[in-house]
Write a protein that binds this ligand. Structure first.
Ligand code: SF4
Ligand code: MG
Length: 325
């Protein structure tokens, strides 16, 4: 199927001193040379420990942050070349769903107005019966009874608020949505309802998702492909089945081995990840993962491994990928 997004050597560095980043200055390398494509209607899961740069990557792709380097092509057009007006038009098509919709829902607006706002702001509808019908239908499709439309955010449960957040993100019919930990704040029993809603909406409209989470089980459930991030780098990216069954980066191996499974006897030999996550200011030399890697050799301390395609559509950043059992 067709590419909707191309991320090429994308970088986002935050300088430690105030002001704009200048080359060579100390900086937090939140997104450090990341490259991948996203196809129409697919879900790419992004996993990694907190602070690995997943959220920053999502925001830089949407140009909510200006990149330090690299490019983002959306439908083959470089979004950093768009002016304000063009970017505003593009925003209809590129949306974000937040972890905690509550903090982004205006407490003084009722649900109807929360959902109507982007439609009015982008000139899709004027006030009137058509807008009303559209908003109520959107609520229904998101599992929110439309007779709730005059209620306020605080009158809803966490799961319902996330439904409002999703409805608002989907109001403009986007074709690409960054979902930043959309179920992490919810009870496990509610998580799958919300994920099913997101899947239904995706099928209906052929939406492409980047689904960010620290929870590998959740990502496994929703994704077609999965990327693993460590200290700002993409260390592995592959089809879901390949990544979970035949991980090739030692970090991915450790993450997957640590997923709780019901029968402990079936659990693979644990290569528990050791040590603290280093800060992404003082990044280790060579392979960033070497201080925690059980397979590290001398070369790993000296030379940064390249991000290479070891098999079709299976990318790994490790000197020894493909040579593990
Ligand atoms: Fe481990 Fe070396 Fe591979 Fe890095 S390059 S993940 S240190 S084996
Ligand atoms: Mg985050």
């Amino acid at each position: 199927s067709k590419k909707i997004l191309e991320v090429k050597n994308l970088k986002k560095y935050f300088p430690i001193k105030k002001g704009k980043y200048k080359e060579g200055q100390p900086a937090v390398k939140a997104v450090d040379d990341i490259t991948f494509d996203l196809y129409e209607g697919e879900t790419l899961g992004l996993v990694g420990e907190s602070g690995c740069g997943k959220s920053t990557l999502g925001r830089t792709i949407l140009r909510l942050y200006e990149p330090t380097g690299g490019r983002v092509l959306f439908r083959e057009e470089d979004i950093s070349k768009k002016n304000k007006k063009e970017m505003r038009k593009l925003r209809e098509d590129m949306q974000i769903i937040f972890q905690d919709p509550y903090s982004s829902l205006n407490p003084r607006m009722n649900v109807f107005n929360i959902l109507a706002e982007p439609l009015l702001a982008h000139g899709i509808f004027k006030r009137g019966p058509e807008l009303e019908a559209y908003v109520k239908d959107l609520m229904d499709r998101c599992g929110l009874p439309s007779y709730y439309c005059y209620r306020y955010p605080h009158q809803f449960s966490g799961g319902q608020r996330q439904r409002i957040g999703i409805a608002r993100s989907l109001a403009l019919n986007p074709s690409f949505v960054v979902c930043d930990e959309p179920v992490s704040a919810l009870d496990v029993s509610i998580q799958s309802q919300i994920i099913n809603l997101m899947k239904d909406m995706q099928e209906e409209k052929k939406i492409s998702y980047i689904f960010i989470s620290h929870d590998l089980s959740v990502v496994k459930h929703i994704s077609d492909r999965v990327g693993v991030m460590y200290l700002g780098s993409m260390v592995e990216l592959a089809d879901k089945e390949v990544l979970y069954q035949n991980p090739q980066h030692p970090y991915t191996k450790a993450l997957i081995a640590a997923i709780p499974i019901p029968d402990p006897k079936k659990r693979k030999e644990l290569s528990v990840i050791q040590g603290e996550i280093p800060s992404n200011v003082n990044i280790p030399s060579g392979c960033k993962f070497h201080p925690r890697c059980p397979f590290a050799k001398d070369i790993c301390k000296q030379k940064e491994p390249a991000y290479r395609e070891i098999q079709k559509n299976h990318f790994v950043r490790c000197h020894f990928a493909g040579e593990f059992e």
